[in-house]
Design a protein around this ligand. Sequence first.
Ligand code: IPE
Ligand code: IPE
Ligand code: MG
Length: 595
Amino acid sequence: MRRSTAQSGRQRSALDAAYDECRRLVRTTRPTEYALMGLMPPAARPACWALYAAFAHADDLLDSSDGTPEERAARLRQWRTALEADLTSGTSDDPIRLALTDAVWHWGLDLGDLLGALEAVQRDGDRQSVATWQEWRERSHAQNISWPEQFMRLLVRCGLPVPVRLRDVPGFTRFVEGLFLADMLRDLPEDLDGGHVWFPTEVLDRFQVAPADLIARRWTPAVRRLIAHLTDEARAWLEGARRVLRGSLPLGPAIVLDTTVDLFTAELDAIIGAGPAALSRPVRVPRHKQWRVLGPARARAAAIWRLTLPPTTATPGGRPAAGPDADTAQSTPEWQPVPVAEPPLPPRPHVDGVRPPEIAPAQLPNHVAIVMDGNGRWATGLGLPRDEGHRAGAVALRDVVQGALEVGLRHLTVYAFSTENWKRSPDEVSKLFAIMRAELLDGELLQHDVRLRWIGSPEGLPDDVVEVLRSQERATRHRTGLTLNVCVNYGGRAELTQAGAALARAALAGDIDPSRVTEQQFAAHLPHHSMPDVDLLWRTSGELRISNFLPWHAHYAELHFTDTPWPEADRRDLWQALETYTQRKRRKGAATETK
Ligand code: IPE
Ligand code: IPE
Ligand code: MG
């Protein structure tokens, strides 16, 4: 099944209306969850509304006081069957199902898993009570784990290297249980209206509370103790899970996690503060309290997404540059490489509309090399972990590449990972590779006239990084615009040593005369012999050294050092470097300029 991406105006507006309907439903019935979705990258929010609206709708179908329990269960079964048919056909006449279907196909969500979660909600309709905490937990996992996993999928599609199978991440099931219990306490008045008590019989017995007491809203000391105990449990589970989970998430998702825990904790406080009223009417967190949590979280999330995501996903209304192919999305959960755009797109303009300087081609350096330094210091200076610096550095590189295309540069070489960088912590190294991989898979380069080449050794590199570097080399080998050499696991001396070894082998084989080795012969035995000499070598972040970068090719390069850390650089800094270069007098040992 494949839905055409070129939709008619009418289909488009029906889809917009469907997403709007989901947004309205979530905003009015689940304000806390709605506020949390506002912390997701803007492009992913409509899909979040669709997912949550479907879940909330299924839940509401069961919990409504309309008709007998059997009739409600039948309505949910019908809705789920219709959804399954819609997901196969790719369209729907129901707004929530239409938005969900679109989200599933557009973002490559796992529909088998989603349908399973709905089935678990359905199963709840067929039972009356839950006996033990163990049973309660199983029920909580079956219904609730798939949804946040789909949110993670959205983040992966946005370009963030986050774990998708949250059920395998330590602390996550605890987190879900905390949310489920908090939600149950929050929905208590409604559940009691429908005559349901979903707390395990085990805990009711322990506190000597009969379901009838709760249904009759009797605020006995035992009921008060039970509610206090359950809110304490939910709070402890959420807090405990937060501590464990934080380490597994990059900063953006960690902000969502923190805010979720803070908002649900505020709701638990409000429930305790409400006393007996918590049994009969929905309890709301005072607005000013909610804002104290949400205001700073929004500002932080917006800044992080701006820094760490490609512009299409970091801005409202954007969609990922290209989604996965609908046919493969189901079987291959990983991001599918975007096809090469033919003909390549022109360079993406700078956000401020700045234009490149007019530099005559003869004045331009043929080859610029950059030591992109200072990511770590930039991040620590802002109180962020070092990997956030590497993410921001990747964003800077995207802009610089666009600037190189705009100005007509022929060769650009960037130092992404040196053979000495293995000395860093395994955590930093693995995050760096995850960022690199996500960057390459995102496919922006493939849209432009960029030929990517990887310079460095595969030794020690994760297989998936080697694979993606090679596949991007293959995909872009016919491009004729900018050649972008990415140095990953590169060391200058290792390169020279390899050339030396290759020469020795050639001499032993009698192919060259060792007493007459020329520079040209040496260069021809370098692993990347076709790479031209570097004309301009630029290093950011105030360090005045070469750090084992391109010793052969940069032997006569003009050096340019700037103080700003790499994540703050953009194409304007490249242009500035090029303008500086045009002023240099390159004599290369002669008495006059020989550019
Ligand atoms: C450069 O930034 C990026 C890589 C080496 C991968 P750093 O990570 O070296 O940042 P600083 O120099 O520690 O600030
Ligand atoms: C050089 O930067 C390597 C890269 C930018 C990839 P480093 O930060 O690793 O270099 P030193 O340690 O300051 O020499
Ligand atoms: Mg450094």
